[in-house]
Design a protein around this ligand. Structure first.
Ligand code: ADP
Ligand code: MG
Length: 691
């Protein structure tokens, strides 16, 4: 089968619907999908039947509502299509009701206190805007998930709500520019980074199996210093994996487009072509799942953790975001002459103002225990939220500030000095890899997200904060006498009030940290520092105003995030203790005994071996330290306060993490001294250079 034929072959997409549904049903469903209008309940029965027949032809025996609870991953529960008949046989059935609604027992999903386990009812509702698909002999129906009392229990409903919010406010603004658009859509293209390690080696490391990252490991002789992996030729085993990955994703209708080696050894990236934010979110979840599954088929394990290895780059997820009309106009496209493109300037201002006013929320949206290892570690943007606009737009804003309204149009041409090479039009921005929120020509790239995160939360925040600044602008325009003048006044005010958030320099530098402090930009270093901003009055009001979260929903999500942080650290600390006590310590004792015995023997023969004696002493004393640090970490864990979720999170940050770090430092020193024959698990070198 060619790629064009196999693409989407497991998806109940518009082409299949058109082929299999009666004309009226198709038209009605298509309207819901394209325009977001309410679903006509009569169509469900017909659609369900057509879906079932199609899925059975694809080998499906079961169906499942597929949803995205607040765990950040997806959930599914499979029911078969069978229905008994009087004569002891079965027929395959699937009703409209079963398509539209499901009722999984929801008691074991995190709800942040929204739902006590004794009232465990949760409902899933079909999201017709995301296509159903067949995978592993089941029909998957994308759904939203809420509680009996209507509180939202998932990441999808608020994402859809935030898309509505930004659409509504953008249309209010667009009205003043004359438009036939009836909807504004947020688009997302997430670039996904990951590591591949050999499955046999992976299994020998309890830390990788239980926590997804290495909790011990001395730096290998070679890391990423030579920068020879980035965009390097792809090894055969990895290439075979990537080929199958693409094929699987294409069948599921995921627009997998780009693949390459990343900076760290064993690190890679896959990126799709962008799509609407909710589809991008579903597809990114599928991508993460398929990455893991296909890796296993190749004797590999795919690590999605933000920081699998200390000392080499971690993994992020670049969230490329833009908004456009349903008539196909990208509202963030500067055009040839941005200074006179008022519509663009206004939408650009909305984003600048949003990032400045709500940088704290953007920081919250990427706050996880795993991501704390990246942000600010000179490999990812720092924890300070700022924006990069590039030379062209910065000079446009500068000119406007100076009262100019025209600029020479510059279409820069790239001169290579080689006649035979084609002349290349230069992009309006160069790349700045260090900025957390960078303008990249006709979209913004938010680079702080962690590789294992759902992209729902990030886009909920981006959509909502931009909805808010657009609504402020719309209020002004709606009461302005001279709209044209008001547009420019809004742009000028934004430049005046919010340009502190713009920084085009090196975000990794120490000077920027100081400069950002002078500008009054928050620097929320860890998850425990960042999360409280989620429930500030200003942010609770924001989500309420735009119908994205009620106050109760915001507070419950805050609790879930805090608990997630503490639980992750608890599991990591316990895993460290086990490895240290039952694997590392016995190895050190055994090896030091061997060295000591050999020294004793040599000395009894009258040989002078002061260096070997010193070595024996050092290993012994480090082993003693190891025991002390094991005890200290254990004591820290025993003393976890049982107060509020925030106190617990802060305690983990202040008391448990430092104890984990000291234990690791000692163990890693021992690793460099103990014979490899004794060391109980694969080293960094084994893991990073064996795929
Ligand atoms: P890079 O050079 O950073 O890899 P690309 O242009 O290849 O940038 O795009 C990276 C991601 O951004 C891809 O997923 C791409 O589809 C997505 N993208 C491109 N244009 C837009 C847009 N207008 N809105 C959202 N995402 C976009
Ligand atoms: Mg990019």
């Amino acid at each position: 089968m060619s790629v064009a034929e196999s693409f989407g072959s497991n998806v109940f997409n518009l082409a299949v619907m058109k082929e299999r549904l009666p004309k009226d049903t198709f038209k009605s469903l298509k309207k819901t999908i394209k325009d977001g209008t309410a679903l006509d309940p009569n169509v469900a029965e017909v659609v369900a039947n057509a879906m079932k027949d199609w899925a059975i032809e694809k080998g499906a025996t079961h169906y499942t509502h597929w949803f995205q609870p607040m765990t950040g991953i997806t959930a599914e529960k499979h029911d078969s299509f069978i229905s008994p008949t009087d004569d002891g046989r079965v027929i395959m059935e699937f009703s409209g009701k079963e398509l539209i609604m499901g009722e999984p027992d929801a008691s074991s999903f995190p709800s942040g206190g929204l739902r006590a386990t004794f009232e465990a009812r949760g409902y899933t509702a079909w999201d017709p805007t995301s296509f159903a698909f067949v995978k592993d002999n089941s029909l998957y129906i994308p759904t939203a998930f809420c509680s009996y009392s209507g509180e939202v229990l998932d990441k999808k409903i608020p994402l859809l709500r935030s898309m509505e919010a930004v659409s509504k406010q953008a249309l209010r603004v667009l009205k003043f520019f004359g438009t036939d658009a009836t909807r504004v859509v947020s688009y997302v293209g997430p670039e996904q980074e990951y590591f591949l390690v050999d499955a046999e080696l992976y299994k020998q490391r309890k830390d990788l199996v239980l926590t997804g990252r290495t909790l011990f490991g001395a730096k290998p002789a070679k890391g990423q210093e030579l920068e020879d992996h980035y965009f390097g030729a792809i090894k055969e085993r990895v290439s075979a994996f990537m080929k199958e990955l693409d094929e699987e994703l294409w069948k599921l209708g995921v627009l997998a487009k780009t693949k390459h080696n990343e900076v760290a050894p064993a690190q890679h990236e896959i990126a799709p072509i962008f799509s609407t934010a909710n589809i991008a979110c579903d597809h990114n979840q599928l991508t993460m799942e398929v990455l893991k599954k296909v890796a296993n088929r190749h004797g590999l394990v795919c690590l999605l953790h933000e920081k699998p290895f200390e000392g080499v780059n971690g993994s992020g997820k670049h969230n490329n975001w833009s908004i456009g009309t349903n008539t196909g106009v990208n509202l963030l496209k500067p055009g040839d002459n941005p200074i006179s493109n008022k519509k663009f300037l206004l939408f650009l201002s909305a984003v600048i103002k949003a990032v400045d006013m709500y940088g704290d929320l953007l920081r919250v949206s990427v706050a996880t225990a795993g991501n704390d290892h990246r942000l600010g570690a000179n490999e990812a943007p720092p924890a300070i939220v700022s924006m990069f606009l590039g030379d062209q737009l910065t000079s446009v804003l500068q000119a406007l500030k100076n009262g100019e309204t025209t600029m020479d149009e510059v279409i820069a041409v790239l001169e290579t000095g080689v006649e035979s090479l084609p002349v290349i039009n230069r992009d309006s921005t160069d790349r700045n890899r260090t900025s957390p929120f960078a303008f990249t020509g006709n979209k913004f790239e938010f680079r702080m997200a962690g590789s294992s995160q759902s992209i729902a939360g990030i886009n909920i925040v981006i959509n909502t904060i931009v909805a808010e600044t657009l609504s402020m602008f719309a209020d002004r325009l709606e009461s302005a006498k001279d709209v044209d003048a008001e547009v420019m006044a809004i742009v000028m005010d934004t430049i005046k009030e919010n340009s502190r958030v713009i920084f085009n320099g090196n975000n990794y530098s120490d000077e920027w940290v100081l400069e950002a402090e002078r500008r009054g930009l928050p620097n929320l270093k860890t998850t425990a520092d960042a999360l409280p901003a989620f429930v500030s009055e200003k942010n609770i009001k924001l989500f309420e105003k735009h119908g994205v979260f009620t106050e109760t929903e915001t507070r419950s999500r805050y609790e879930i995030l805090l608990e997630g942080y503490s639980k992750t650290l608890q599991i990591e600390a316990l895993t460290m203790l086990e490895m240290a006590k039952t694997e590392i310590l016995p190895a050190c004792i055994a090896y030091s005994s061997e060295v000591i015995e050999s020294v004793a023997m040599k000395k009894s023969m009258g040989l002078s071996v002061p260096k070997q004696e010193a070595m024996a002493e050092e290993i012994s004393s480090l082993t003693e330290s190891l025991i002390c640090e094991i005890d200290a970490l254990k004591a820290a864990l025993d003393a976890v306060p049982e107060k509020g979720a925030l106190e617990t999170a802060v305690y983990f940050k202040d008391a448990v993490i430092p104890a984990m770090e000291s234990l690791r430092a000692t163990a890693d020193s021992l690793e460099t001294m103990v014979s490899k024959d004794y060391w109980p698990f694969p080293t960094y070198e084994d893991l990073l250079f064996n795929v």
